[in-house]
Design a protein around this ligand. Structure first.
Ligand code: SAM
Length: 165
């Protein structure tokens, strides 16, 4: 499998998981957290599909397409290792959907970061909320869910409190 094939699979899986999670958490009032702005493509997708829920973006350095850049009020600037614990103090367990896409090219490094950051993400999710991630996460209580149609195994991961679809 070429890197192009892998990339395409990842994006298709990301979109399938995000669309599924957006629909499934639609009745929850809490905000959406986008962890890793990057180019802003998934932020733009969330913004277009989500409707009334507020989106907060966690990013250490903004380098997104100007058309997909959050406002200052929506942006939580800094290292997630610091800003996520601060968000717990500010928001509590209210997030209806968290999307994590914070990895780079080094898979080993991505996995280490996922292990490090998982305990800071888990307490932010409201009851009934979903976490979608490009990396496998290491949660205590959240359970991995079956992937929705259109998503490929190992390219995206989704988690909820009960693990039920
Ligand atoms: C793969 S990109 C996100 C791509 C984005 N989902 C898109 O569709 O364009 C990952 C982003 O996570 C950010 N990031 C990685 N580790 C971080 C950390 N510890 N704190 C804050 N941001 C981080 C990087 O700066 C980068 O912009």
């Amino acid at each position: 499998m070429s890197r192009l094939d892998f990339f395409i699979d990842r994006l298709l899986s990301q979109r399938a998981c995000l669309d599924y999670a957006i629909a499934r958490t639609d009745s929850l009032p809490g905000p959406i957290f986008e962890l890793g702005l990057g180019n802003g493509r998934t932020y733009d997708h969330l913004r277009e599909k989500v409707g009334r829920r507020q989106i907060f973006v966690f990013e250490r350095q903004v380098a997104s397409n100007p058309a997909s850049t959050p406002t200052d009020e929506e942006l939580i600037l800094g290292d997630m290792r610091q800003t996520l614990p601060e968000a717990l103090a500010n928001f509590g367990a209210t997030a209806s959907l968290i999307h994590g896409d914070f990895g780079g090219h080094n898979l080993e490094k991505n996995d280490k970061f996922a292990q490090e950051i998982s305990p800071a993400i888990e307490p932010l999710l409201a009851k009934g909320a979903i976490m979608v991630s490009s990396d496998r996460m290491y949660f205590d209580k959240l359970k991995e869910m079956a992937l929705p149609e259109g998503a490929l195994k190992g390219r995206c991961f989704i988690y909820s409190h009960d693990g039920q679809p």
